[in-house]
Design a protein around this ligand. Structure first.
Ligand SMILES: NC(=O)c1ccc[n+]([C@@H]2O[C@H](COP(=O)([O-])OP(=O)(O)OC[C@H]3O[C@@H](n4cnc5c(N)ncnc54)[C@H](O)[C@@H]3O)[C@@H](O)[C@H]2O)c1
Length: 303
């Protein structure tokens, strides 16, 4: 099999279902050998089993590709270290890490239990940090040994993390944290040949099946299931390939047939007194600055 990712070894976390599954199949279709990670948990992160990961491995091998399953919890040191070790043991290298695993525990803030906060922060934020850390250690060692990696990391944020989302305080905070982690990782790892970007996807999976139920017809009459997770994967595959050279520290929204470069926080109107404001002065000045500033985008769930 030849393609954009021929010869590359790609790890996808949470690849037993939904977006991760679509990414794993799309990478394999472009010639990558894939480590399919999934803990097989329920929508709220409870339960577990190796079934979903193995089913995706079976799909890839049935299509003529190469893949192995990894059933570890990516939010633990053991799970993240063994994920990287699985790629090296099975295929002898690691080129691309797609951090994608996660789950939801949606509640309004006043009803959000500490456990639901911790579980969601853990799976998304720590579940990105630990695989990234272990992959980065491998790539740094490769670079120091004179084998400059052409390594890629694609992290998974969310519109909730970029704009906020009512009823998702834990999830939005974790997904915003993933953007910060992406920026730092991109800046720290560039010298070792590692590019790090993030996507904010939207697709119909078990996580969102009530939000995205419809099927759209594409121009020309061909059926185009706009919210299919497979529509997000082409950007992820390109970002995960050598072809994306020079693209790092960016956040992209990907949904249906649309790719959007998200433009992040940057200084807007500003005033400098050259000394300390009184609170009243600070307030008056701030109101003037707000009057000439761009209003923020609405938070999801408020419009
Ligand atoms: N579907 C969307 O519209 C949408 C929008 C924004 C962001 N996202 C993000 O995309 C990613 C994929 O979501 P999805 O919609 O495909 O959901 P999904 O529930 O279909 O898939 C997530 C997978 O992650 C696995 N998983 C959960 N915890 C894990 C752990 N600790 N270790 C290993 N695997 C684990 C689950 O078993 C599941 O198979 C998530 O990070 C989600 O927050 C999705």
């Amino acid at each position: 099999m030849t393609g954009l990712c021929n010869g590359r070894v790609v790890v996808v976390t949470g690849a037993g279902r939904g977006l991760g599954r679509a990414h794993a199949l799309a990478f394999a279709a472009e010639g990558a050998r894939v480590v399919v990670n999934d803990l097989g948990v329920g929508l709220d992160g409870t339960g577990g089993g190796t079934g979903p990961a193995q089913r995706v491995v079976d799909e890839i091998t049935a299509a003529g590709g190469e893949a192995v399953a990894h059933g570890g919890d990516i939010a633990t040191t053991d799970g993240a270290a063994s994920l990287v070790a699985t790629a090296l043991d099975a295929f002898g290298r690691l080129d691309t890490l797609v951090n994608n695993a996660g789950f939801l525990r949606d509640r309004m803030l006043v009803n959000l239990d500490e456990d639901d906060w911790d579980a969601v922060m853990r799976v998304h934020l720590k579940g990105h940090f630990l695989p990234l850390k272990h992959a980065a250690a491998h790539w740094r060692a490769e670079a120091k040994a004179g084998r400059e990696p052409v390594a890629r990391v694609i992290n998974t944020s969310s519109g909730a993390g970029l704009l906020g989302s009512v009823g998702q305080g834990n999830y939005a905070a974790a997904k915003a944290g993933i953007v910060g982690l992406t920026l730092v990782a991109s800046a720290e790892m560039g010298r070792y040949g590692v590019q790090v970007n993030a996507i904010a996807p939207a697709a119909r999976t078990r996580m969102t099946e009530q939000t995205f139920a419809e099927t759209m017809a594409a121009p020309g009459g061909a059926a185009f299931d706009a919210m299919a997770p497979e529509n997000v994967s082409p950007l992820v595959v390109w970002l995960g390939s050598a072809a994306s050279a020079g693209v790092t520290g960016r956040v992209f929204e990907a949904e249906a047939g649309r790719i959007t470069v998200m433009e992040g926080w940057r200084p807007g109107p500003s005033a400098d007194k050259g000394g300390r404001w009184t609170p009243t002065e600070a307030g008056e000045t701030t109101r003037k600055l707000l009057a000439v500033s761009e209003p923020p985008y609405p938070v999801y769930g408020t419009h």
